[in-house]
Design a protein. Structure first.
Length: 411
């Protein structure tokens, strides 16, 4: 069993260690597409039909046979074809068929001429532009062929993916079952939100914040509430959480205070991979394995808890659910719009406001007080200002990296 060490681990190494150990769940369920929003595909989605299912017109215009155009004379109209109402009559030689967008093309059609390239002469149609074989015809299977895989396993289903599935007539989809996450806070100083504070108490905002993010990520949350600073109560909470969840998340109790029992409990009940990060805020973050579940111990300060959840727990949950796409957006460069205070030694996630300047360049400023207890910095921010581990203070005009918030933090 790996014991706690005094060394700090980089965010990159921490994430690599976590994801290298995690294997995706292999349990799935079949859901109606109406109930599958936000879920992760457990298997490829295969098309049962061609899209489009038949040759059809890409334009409002006229279906023609090239031989009928050879004389250059205007042609009478033999009938009409609408979407859902195909032309089914006889199509005599030397005539054309009026056709609308999406309508099946009549048998023998070699091209569709858009109506803007025609003029009406009495009851006949004259074609005013050269016509080439196949123009303005959408062929059956041109978009998707029957048997094609249209979505891989590991895709989060959203407004772009579910309509695609619906367009194939597929009413149900296999998705990974919801992740079960047990959540609790530790500390005698904590009071549930909505209850009056007693002397020396603070509100348990961490658990509330983490639960909101877990709900947004589609997890099934097992909320065990506040666990007081008592070894037996904490042991009972860990045992229950481990038996019911895929991931156990605690908030608080992973620093160095004499009443912080979480580290000792984890050393007894599981294996700890690391517990100190070279990031700010968020240094006291623990990751390890219990008997049946994974464990993440978030710091007690609210900003630290939110940052470590966002940067580490979020990609862990993505890996556990089998999601293939990255959980975080790519970082971008921006110019510092003001002086930023930074002490070398840890990767710093300052909360910032990024805007585009008049010349089109991204410019970022701080939200102000960056203390790990100042959660209002998140409500004002739309990005992290990511300052390198060895970097010092930043002067106005210097380039910095930013990481725009995803929808998880209101982006």
């Amino acid at each position: 069993m790996e014991s706690f060490t005094a060394g700090l681990i980089s965010l990159e190494d921490a994430l690599q260690k976590m994801l290298a150990q995690i294997s995706p769940l292999n349990e799935s369920e079949r859901l109606s597409i109406y109930a599958a929003a936000g879920r992760i595909t457990a298997a490829p989605v295969v098309s049962p039909l061609d899209v489009p299912p038949f040759d059809n017109s890409a334009m409002d215009g006229y279906a023609v046979r090239l031989a009928d155009l050879a004389s250059g004379e205007p042609l009478p109209v033999a009938g009409k074809a609408f979407a859902g109402q195909p032309f089914s009559g006889e199509w005599p030689t030397g005539t054309t068929v009026r056709i609308m967008t999406g309508a099946p093309i009549p048998a023998g059609t070699e091209a569709v001429v858009m109506q803007e390239e025609t003029v009406t002469e009495g009851e006949r149609i004259r074609f005013t532009a050269p016509v080439s074989a196949g123009q303005n015809i959408r062929r059956a299977g041109e978009d998707i062929r029957c048997g094609d895989s249209v979505l891989d396993a590991g895709v989060r289903l959203g407004p772009a993916e579910l309509p695609l599935i619906a367009s194939l007539g597929v009413g149900e989809v296999d998705v990974v079952r919801r992740l079960r996450v047990a959540l609790f806070s530790t500390g005698d100083e904590l009071q549930p939100v909505g209850e009056p504070l007693q002397a020396g108490q603070i509100y348990d905002t961490n658990r509330f914040t983490v639960r909101l993010m877990l709900d947004k990520l589609g997890c099934e949350v097992i909320d065990l509430g506040i666990i007081r600073d008592d070894p037996e109560a904490l042991r009972a909470a860990f045992v229950r959480a481990d038996s019911e969840a895929d991931l156990v998340i605690s908030s608080g109790g992973v620093s160095v205070g004499e009443a912080d029992y979480t580290k000792a409990m984890l050393d007894e009940l599981g294996e700890i991979t690391f517990w100190k990060l070279a990031i700010k805020p968020g240094k006291p973050f623990a990751f390890g394995r219990l008997s049946h579940s994974w464990f993440c111990g978030l710091p007690g300060n609210p900003v630290s808890a939110a940052v470590t959840f966002y940067q580490l727990v979020q990609p862990l949950l993505a890996k556990l659910s089998g999601q293939q796409s990255p959980a975080l957006p790519p970082r971008q460069r921006a110019r510092a719009g003001e002086y930023l205070k930074k002490t070398p030694g840890r990767l710093d996630f300052q909360r910032g406001i990024v805007r585009r300047s008049a010349d089109g360049e991204l410019q970022v400023v701080s939200t102000g007080n960056q203390g790990s207890h100042v959660f209002s910095s998140f409500s004002q921010a739309n990005c992290f200002i990511v300052l390198e581990r060895d970097r010092g203070n930043v002067n106005p005009g210097e380039w910095v990296e930013i990481e725009p918030f995803t929808a998880l933090l209101g982006g």
